[in-house]
Design a protein around this ligand. Structure first.
Ligand code: DOR
Ligand code: ZN
Length: 361
């Protein structure tokens, strides 16, 4: 492999794969009982995660982010180590002073931009980004990254085109007008997004989810409507999945791991108006290993999962490791989401990589 790895040698035949411990650069943990139920899945695999602020009400201040961080740490089972990297939810009333407080806090690492109404709990998001100019200036000045849900919400735009139109209408101007602003286009889903990011300077990056590497939009309609394959941005055509796989596995430091694992109770998904979000934390790194192996690029998994994100955020790479072993195992049909059932990605199906950990199923 590329020489930077900690223990991986032969892509085809190895039965174990050791990586510097990965981080998840885009995660929804929610709160209360649901958070307590999903957090251990992430903490078993990842050292750190960028925690999304789309709670109800949203996490808009450093004070709220600090309290949320403490609730996460309090919910962590004894003996588990995990560092939540907090974010603020950008609104049109966010004050530039909040950016200064965020940078001084040591625990807020980014600001999340949801176009108003774009997705789950995005109603307090931004209608007109021009109103956030002083905040973006402050972020650019202080080097605090802007994480973007990159979709337009204009009902006249086809749902499958919303990311590509966001790039044309907003992102191109944003990159031009704030040339030093650190930006992450989250959960990219299209060839256009992968190309835009690959051509951007190194302070503009993107996260890629496991579902967008493993599935195309047919997965939403296999033999009937599949609400557990519905997320936003929605899955796209195969040509886009292939472009994302090439971007993720190609060793380009613009691209890094961000699961967008987003738990919703089974009932909220299996509904006349089902919620957007796919839960993948129960097998997140295993899914990526599956995707990278399909692409014949297991040797590049460590860079994508454990190096590029830390480098982008200016944080040290993890010094401990995580080992996967080649072993077929079956994902549970259902998981506990804090007293209610939830359906994990790939429920009831088998995977070929498992955590090398005696307690793993
Ligand atoms: O599918 C999604 N679910 N996309 C998002 O952007 C938000 C997330 C959630 O919070 O459920
Ligand atoms: Zn998300």
């Amino acid at each position: 492999m590329s020489g930077s790895g900690t223990g991986y040698t032969s892509p085809m035949h190895e039965s174990r794969l050791t990586l510097a411990r990965p981080d998840d650069w885009h995660l929804h943990l929610r709160d209360d009982a649901l958070m307590a139920a999903v957090l251990p899945h992430t903490a078993r695999r990842f050292a750190r995660a960028i925690v999304m602020p789309n709670l109800k009400p949203p996490v808009t201040t450093v004070e709220q982010a600090g309290a949320y961080r403490q609730r996460i740490l309090d919910a962590l089972p004894g003996g588990m180590r995990f560092e939540p990297l907090m974010t603020l939810y950008l609104t049109e009333s966010t004050h530039p002073d909040e950016i200064a407080r965020a940078c001084d806090s040591g625990f807020v690492h980014a600001v999340k931009y949801y176009p108003a109404g774009a997705t789950t709990n995005a109603d307090s998001g931004v209608r007109d980004l021009r109103r956030c100019h002083p905040v973006l200036e402050a972020m650019q000045e202080r080097g605090l990254p802007l994480l973007m849900h990159g979709e337009v919400t204009d009902p006249g735009v086809d749902v499958f085109d919303r990311e590509a139109v966001f790039i044309d209408r907003h992102l191109t101007a944003l990159r031009r007008d704030y040339p030093a602003l650190r930006m992450v286009l989250e959960h990219i889903t299209t060839r256009e997004a992968a190309q835009f990011i690959a051509e951007s300077p190194s302070h503009v990056g993107a996260t890629i989810t496991p579902q967008h590497l493993l599935m195309n939009r047919n997965a939403i309609f296999i033999g009937g409507l599949r609400p557990h394959h519905y997320c936003l941005p929605v899955l796209k055509r195969e040509v886009h999945r292939k472009a994302l796989l090439a971007a993720a596995t190609g060793g380009d430091p613009h691209f890094f791991l961000g699961t967008d694992s987003a738990p919703h109770p089974r009932q909220a998904k299996e509904s006349a108006c089902g919620c957007a979000g796919i839960f993948s934390a129960h097998a997140a790194i295993e899914f990526y290993a599956e995707a990278f192996e399909q692409a014949g690029a297991l040797g590049h998994l460590e860079a994508f999962a454990s190096h590029h994100g830390a480098d982008f955020y200016g944080l040290p790479r993890n010094r401990d490791t995580l080992t996967l072993k080649r072993k077929t195992w079956t994902v549970a049909n259902e998981l506990d989401f804090g007293g209610v059932p939830g359906v994990p990605l790939h429920a009831g199906k088998s995977l070929t990589w498992a955590l090398d950990d005696a307690t793993h199923p």
